[in-house]
Design a protein around this ligand. Structure first.
Ligand code: FRU
Length: 467
């Protein structure tokens, strides 16, 4: 049975309805995202065998509007006795003079050997031929000393050559992003590390690097495995001069379940970011449900006047907005508002005048299971709190939070996308926490505003399903 048959029913109310996911099985990183011939193509790490990580392929989906996706047959699969026999790991896609070209990491069976491979596609990106020269990059540069992990190529076109980044981990030093150059995408010359992280602050290992111009700056985004906290996505803003990156500022892209982001520019010149939303439930529960991993709603990126990385879900998403409630200042009380639908888009503005404000969503017969999105002005933090009434130690209920400073006179603006077990929160376009919440029941969903007197405006839309 196609697992999606039940998608709009109450049966699997934890399954998102307006976020892309394949019909079944495991999905992680977005790969090779490209706007090709007027259509958005999303490839993704996919295991056709089930809802667990392993036997990685490139799944494929296509969309005209970044919202409604159609899943297509698998694009790239491992080839026995080849450099990718253990899996087709993450990578990117470029337009090489009209030839769609995927560059990805191939691994052996225990992932100890990670090499870079190239494949070219047909016109509609459904058939891929692996290059006979694979691997095009066979090992990490020896001058770096001992390295672990060497993967996730990100390629872009420079003035007169191609550039490629790889994520690595220099043992004893920390996460590193390595820069290469080529004339033909096949023969690569290693230049130097584009960036080496501070292990204590930026994590021990990097994955999935991205590097691109934005406004008058360059932005580096990496996914980082931290030793003191869950893995996260970091960004650095700076200059790119003489093939060197000079970082000037840094921040956390998302302090939650968003990971392995991949950016690309579309035909309108928008810089878009796609991200994998991880799970916060046990591996057994994931296998049991038959699906795991969700793609975040693609967002558009820009830098504000203070060079902070801003993002907003693409406006195309608003086409899914259905029944709507609007409250002006003074119209919201302390009562619970009943919620319809499994997917909601909420925009709320608070005139922050000290203390704590936010929204709390309750689900469950008892009303005890709660998800709260809060802003604490005394600590200038955006927070998410989750409370369950069943005792499952593998359900992640750890508090989430990140620093969020309001500019002088600025109101708090929250955009929240609730969709099944997914919650994406963006504060003032520039602070982001993605969360997962797995209540035991779909019944009695209510919303309560914390500190209703400070609400400037509240809008709630029920969202239509994309399936
Ligand atoms: C990030 C990652 C990548 C790797 C892929 C394998 O989530 O670990 O570094 O290429 O997933 O599925």
């Amino acid at each position: 049975m196609d697992i999606r048959e039940g998608v709009n029913s109450r049966e699997d109310f934890l399954r998102p309805r307006c976020h892309f996911m394949p019909a079944a099985n495991w999905m992680n990183d977005p790969n090779g995202v490209i706007h090709w011939d007027g259509r958005y193509h999303l490839f993704f790490q996919y295991n056709p065998d089930g809802a667990w990580h392993g036997n990685m392929h490139w799944g494929h989906a296509v969309s005209d509007d970044l919202v409604h996706w159609r899943e297509l047959p698998i694009a790239i699969a491992p080839t026995p006795n080849s450099p990718d026999q253990g899996g087709v790991f993450s990578g990117c896609m470029v337009d090489d003079g009209g030839v769609p070209t995927a560059i990805y990491t191939g691994v052996n069976d225990d992932y100890s050997r990670q090499v870079q491979c190239l494949a070219t596609g047909n016109d509609d990106l459904t058939k891929w031929v692996k290059h006979p020269c694979n691997p095009i990059i066979g090992c990490a540069p020896p001058e770096l000393g001992q390295t672990r992990d060497f993967r996730d190529p990100f390629v872009w076109r420079g003035d007169d050559c191609w550039y490629l980044l790889l994520a690595s981990h220099i043992v004893g030093v920390g996460g590193a992003v390595l820069l290469y150059r080529s004339r033909d995408l096949l023969d690569w010359q290693y230049l130097h590390p584009l960036f080496v992280g501070d292990k204590a602050r930026n994590g021990r290992n990097f994955e999935c690097p991205n590097f691109f111009p934005l406004g008058d700056k360059w932005v580096l985004i990496v996914s980082s495995q931290l030793s003191h906290a869950p893995s996260t996505t970091l960004y650095f803003v700076g200059r790119f001069e003489d093939e060197r990156f000079v970082p000037e500022s840094e921040g956390v892209y998302d302090a939650g379940y968003s990971y392995a982001s991949l950016c690309s520019e579309d035909e309108q010149g928008r810089r878009l970011i796609y991200s994998w939303i991880r799970e916060g439930r046990s591996v057994a529960k994931q296998r049991e449900s038959g699906w795991t991993g969700v793609q975040a709603i693609p967002r558009q990126l820009w830098l504000d006047e203070r060079k902070r990385l801003c993002s907003r879900p693409v406006p195309e998403l608003e086409a899914l907005r259905g029944p709507h409630c609007h409250f002006d200042a003074g119209e919201v009380g302390h009562d619970d508002l009943p919620l319809g639908g499994f997917a909601l888009d909420i925009e709320v503005e608070f005139a922050v005048a000290g203390g704590i404000c936010g929204l709390e969503m309750a689900r469950s017969e008892s009303g005890w299971e709660k998800l709260a999105v809060l802003y604490d002005q005394s600590t200038e933090t955006l927070q998410i709190r989750r409370q369950y009434d069943h005792d499952d130690p593998e359900l992640d209920a750890a508090p989430q939070g990140m620093s969020h400073r309001l500019d002088a006179g600025e109101n708090l603006r929250l955009r929240m996308l609730f969709d099944g077990s997914v919650l994406e929160v963006i504060a003032n376009d520039r602070s982001r926490i993605t969360s997962r919440f797995y209540p035991g029941s779909a019944e009695n969903a209510t919303l309560r505003v914390i500190n209703p007197a400070s609400v400037g405006a509240l809008d709630i839309w029920e969202m239509a399903s994309i399936w």
